[in-house]
Write a protein that binds this ligand. Structure first.
Ligand SMILES: N[C@@H](CCC[C@H](N)C(=O)O)C(=O)O
Length: 269
């Protein structure tokens, strides 16, 4: 890559949702099956474009949706779902005239997600949070109990004592977790506050600490409501990059938040 004269250029856009940023690669012919190393290079903040993940826009094989979101983490690994990513994906489709609002169905590895334009923001039917075992996570010798939650992808939601503890947390490295419970890795959220308003930081599988994680905020909102004794309700989740609103209903969970496209270009691979 980059050492011979043959240069391939790849059209891309760049977008973010509450600071969780993505390289978007339109691939309407499904002709660019990017290798892990190529994804990692494009997501590299010094040697590439920079992003927490990559969203390849490819035709869907499911008749219920026109487009499939091929989501990859910054290290090139595949994840089942990305909540901020799906809003950014739909913002891109709408901007490019590849889909018509106000409701857009997107195929993902975690099934079809319906995204609805809600003023300046986008609201996603994420499907119900699935609660798993109680486990724990450790950072620098400190251990907190955590609740396993699946939003299609795996999460471990840990409640901390106070804001100072959350601020002081060192999330440069992957927190330690029970590898038997999460054989494919896990996204770990650290939370303070109680529903209807909580704050979180997150260490994402395949990425590191990010400014936001949509599926993580869904897991955190669902756990916060349950801890408050509520089966349904609304919880505001503040992340370092902004705010997401989580609504739990009797049979599903909605996430509402911003999605912005900030740049377009051609990457020389
Ligand atoms: N940032 C995403 C989650 C991306 C996938 C995650 N890192 C995983 O490996 O499961 C979101 O907004 O949900």
């Amino acid at each position: 890559m980059g050492h011979n004269c043959q240069v391939t250029t790849i059209e891309f856009a760049k977008g973010h949702g509450t600071g969780n940023d993505f390289v978007i690669v339109p691939d309407p012919e499904d002709a660019l099956p990017l290798k892990d190393a190529q994804v990692a290079l494009m997501c590299d903040r010094r040697f590439g474009i920079g992003g927490d993940g990559l969203l390849r826009v490819v035709p869907s094989e499911d008749p219920a949706a026109e487009w499939f979101m091929d989501y990859r983490n910054a290290d090139g690994s595949i994840a089942e779902m990305c909540g901020n990513g799906v809003r950014v994906f739909v913002r891109y489709l709408l901007d490019k005239g590849l889909a018509e609002g106000p409701e857009v169905a997107v195929a993902t590895r975690a099934g079809i997600k319906t995204v609805t334009v809600a003023g300046d923001e986008l609201r996603v039917d994420m499907g119900a949070a699935e609660f798993g075992a109680v486990s724990q996570a450790s950072v620098e010798g400190f251990t907190w109990p955590g609740q396993a939650v699946s939003m299609g992808n795996p999460h471990l939601v840990c409640h901390l004592g106070d804001e100072a503890e959350l601020e002081a947390l060192e999330l440069f490295h992957q927190p330690r977790y029970d590898a038997a419970l999460f054989p494919d890795g896990v996204n770990v959220e650290f939370v303070t506050g109680t529903a209807p308003h909580v704050r979180m930081r997150v260490h994402e599988r395949g990425v590191g600490e990010t400014a936001s994680c949509g599926t993580g905020a869904c897991a955190v909102g669902a756990v916060a409501l349950r801890r408050a004794g509520l089966d349904t309700g609304v919880c505001r989740v503040d992340v370092p990059g902004g705010t997401l609103t989580i609504e739990v209903t009797a049979d599903t969970l909605f996430m509402t938040g911003p999605a912005v496209i900030v740049a377009e270009g051609a990457f020389r691979l």
